[in-house]
Design a protein around this ligand. Structure first.
Ligand SMILES: [Cu+2]
Length: 424
């Protein structure tokens, strides 16, 4: 009996997964895509393990990124540290405290102010039970085995081994149940909002440009101002989703112009990005974002570019996009079935030129707009990076769609445009 219990206890110890298996958000890197100084880059604020200590910041460029100057400010005591970061040259900024900080990122006369929290995992209280239980069990097991070896009657050994087995059982139970047990908040975490049960109102937006009527060929600022639907105050609680605070897609009416960019937070509730349009006419803007406790949202807006040339509404969308596709550096697009049905999943496959690398957390992106601009869809390639991207997309209704697939390689971000006709 004693031997059987020992065997069971040993098996439990051997089979229990390591306590580190649980996911601690405090230990995760924060990745934020930014379009700055004409470059697309991802800023990586590495997870901190101790405070005071170094905060590591890296930058990934698509394909390259300018050198960025960094300014880290603690919101608790106002302490400021500065540094620079470039691809392959990470920055180390000293942090004294956990809690709210602001990282100002500047390059080419542009700046973004990124609020974030320095979090350090305290470890969950449950770990104490796991390691405590295993420790006690280990001690008693050894004791039990020794007592069993020197005591022929075996009763004390039985008791000791039974207690050891109970210790192991408690530890194993906590290991198994840990994903469902409440975890302690990390150091520096935001206090739980009291209104989280009902959620926050959707964001209202105003999309404007500076100047108000940009001219063809000239750089202008696209500004997205976000307001709370009920208080009218600026919305400054966006959560990072798909590695960005907001994803902005700007297309000309005919689809010939397409930009997928990640605006800079220039002030609370204010996002800005610099663009340059190549033809006059109407442009449509779509903003994908997610507000804390409010879910994802798609906001739309439009603006007009003035100047000489063929207007964005005069050209034939299909032929222009086809010309553009022919000129694209890589990618043969295959849609299956060749004539997709409305409301039924279709498969879009794109052959890539070069090995893809993850961008915005995915191997590839497919963005689909109805010709009239009333609909915008966005799906991801979820597979592993390779030479072929595959998307599943359901066109919502009959009509003509303008579509763009995007992926990143070492040479930069490739956009492959194509059109799809969905019959009645
Ligand atoms: Cu994006």
């Amino acid at each position: 009996m004693t031997r059987l219990l020992c065997l069971v206890a040993l098996l439990l110890v051997a089979l229990a997964p390591p306590a580190a298996a649980h996911v601690v958000k405090a230990g995760a890197d924060l990745r934020i895509a930014q379009t700055i100084a004409g470059s697309e880059l991802t800023l990586v604020i590495k997870a901190t393990t101790r405070v005071p200590g170094p905060l590591r910041v890296e930058v990934i460029g698509f394909p390259t990124a300018p050198g960025l100057s960094l300014r880290l400010r603690s919101m608790a005591d106002g302490r400021v540290v500065q540094g620079t970061v470039a691809p392959g040259r990470p920055a180390q900024l000293g942090v004294e405290e956990t809690g709210p900080h602001e990282l100002t990122v500047s390059a080419g006369g542009e700046s973004a102010v990124l609020p974030f929290r320095v979090l350090v995992d305290r470890g969950s209280g449950w770990e104490f039970l796991i390691y405590g239980g295993l420790f006690v069990a280990g001690l008693l097991l050894v004791g039990g085995l020794l007592t069993g070896a020197f005591n022929r009657r075996g009763r004390p050994a039985f008791v000791v081994t039974a207690v050891a087995a109970a210790g192991v059982a408690v530890a194993a139970l906590v290991v198994v149940l840990e994903p469902w047990l409440p975890a302690g908040a990390p150091d520096g975490a935001e206090p739980r909002p009291t209104d989280s049960a009902i959620g926050r109102p959707y964001v209202q937006r105003v999309v404007t440009t500076v100047p108000a009527r940009p001219a063809v060929g000239e750089e202008f600022v696209t500004r997205v101002e976000l307001f709370d639907g009920s208080t009218g105050r600026p919305v400054d609680d966006l959560t990072i989703h798909h590695e960005a605070m907001a994803h902005l897609v700007v297309t000309s009416e005919d689809g010939r112009y397409f930009r997928h960019v990640h605006p800079l937070r220039t002030a609370p509730g204010c996002l800005e990005v610099r663009l340059r349009a190549d033809r006059p006419g109407r442009y449509l803007a779509y903003v994908e974002l997610e507000r804390t406790d409010s879910g994802g949202q798609l906001l739309t807006g439009s603006f007009t570019v003035t100047g000489p040339g063929k207007s964005t509404s005069e050209s034939n969308a299909t032929s222009d996009v086809a010309d553009q596709a022919a000129a694209a550096p890589g990618g043969t697009v295959t849609v299956t079935p060749a004539v997709p049905q409305a409301g039924r999943p279709a498969t879009v496959e794109v052959s890539t030129s070069g090995t893809t690398r993850p961008w915005l957390g995915m191997a590839g992106h497919l963005i689909v707009r109805s010709q009239d601009g009333q609909f915008l869809g966005h799906v991801h390639e979820m597979g592993t990076p390779g030479s072929r991207l595959r998307f599943t997309f359901s066109f919502p209704a009959p009509g003509r769609y303008l579509a763009w697939t995007q992926y990143a390689t070492d040479r930069g971000i490739t956009t492959v445009p194509f059109t799809v006709e969905v019959p009645r």
